[in-house]
Unconditional design. Structure first.
Ligand SMILES: NC(=O)c1ccc[n+]([C@@H]2O[C@H](COP(=O)([O-])OP(=O)(O)OC[C@H]3O[C@@H](n4cnc5c(N)ncnc54)[C@H](OP(=O)(O)O)[C@@H]3O)[C@@H](O)[C@H]2O)c1
Length: 237
């Protein structure tokens, strides 16, 4: 079993997932940077290795059961445990101007979005939770969005909004089922961040965006669970 803490980041080849991989490795974690495109994941991991960081890549398409099973087997064989899971991979495909009214929303768009943003993290967590349960230690961070807050729900991009509300529900359900264990599960809104998804107008850098993600991923025993955070503060659901 690895003495270092082992972290998996989904969608690690770019954006927030890439930066979260970098910051976790800087904190001394062995990071498995996962990517649905193996070559892009390898290139991203190589970039972080060239910065002196302990990062390896492994393919993972969060929408594929087979891909999740292969990742779980790899981690079981190589490390025998998992300490951190950052469910970061996500898509935002109903953000086009004029194409995002709920009254015109295509069910196919909703299905694709929910498959990636909700069933994706569910599949990954189902595959990897045994590696946390065995050692009674784990930190799961679900990268959500303020756009999923029911408290502040607005029109536009219904697929993305619904997916993040449902992801937050998963956070609550996971945390409830894991009550009394040392596996802590939380949702994060990273704020509006300059990535391919966030666009160039976004005010936050990826480093700022991942601060709360990394803070929750490295939270000490007895830390928060079943919460929703932005800028290290609890926010409304
Ligand atoms: N940027 C923001 O302002 C913002 C705000 C709130 C929340 N978020 C959330 O933060 C997370 C990361 O966003 P980002 O801004 O970094 O987005 P991004 O730049 O678009 O990156 C998304 C990542 O998810 C991966 N991905 C998508 N579908 C996948 C699948 N089926 N399997 C594996 N990986 C998959 C992408 O892989 P490919 O390269 O192969 O496409 C990419 O690595 C998302 O969950 C997003 O909803 C972002």
């Amino acid at each position: 079993m690895s003495t270092k803490k082992v972290a998996v980041v989904t969608g690690g080849n770019r954006g927030l997932g890439f930066e979260a991989s970098r910051q976790l490795a800087k904190k001394g974690y062995k990071v498995i940077l996962t990517s649905r495109d193996a070559a892009k994941g390898k290139a991203a991991a190589q970039q972080l290795q060239s910065e002196g960081l302990d990062v390896i890549s492994h393919p993972l398409d969060v929408t594929s059961d087979d891909s999740n099973r292969k990742l779980a087997e790899f981690i079981h064989q190589q490390f025998g445990k998992l300490d951190v899971l950052v469910n970061n991979a996500g898509i935002y495909i109903d953000n086009q101007a004029g194409g995002n009214s709920v009254f015109n929303a295509k069910i196919d768009t909703l299905q694709q979005t929910i498959d990636s943003n909700v069933y994706g993290p569910l599949r990954v967590t189902q595959a990897l939770i045994p590696l946390m349960k065995e050692q009674n230690y784990g930190r799961i961070v679900n990268v959500s969005s303020g756009m999923g807050q029911l408290n502040d729900m607005e029109e536009g991009s219904p697929a993305y909004r619904i997916s993040k509300t449902a992801l937050n529900a998963l956070t609550r359900i996971f945390a409830s089922e894991l009550k009394g264990t040392n596996i802590l599960v939380n949702s994060v809104c990273p704020g509006w961040v300059k990535t391919d998804m966030g666009g160039s107008e976004a005010p936050r850098t990826p480093e700022q965006g991942v601060d709360t993600i990394v803070w929750l991923a490295t939270t000490p025993d007895g830390g928060a669970t079943g919460g929703f955070f932005r800028d290290r503060q609890p926010i409304d659901w």
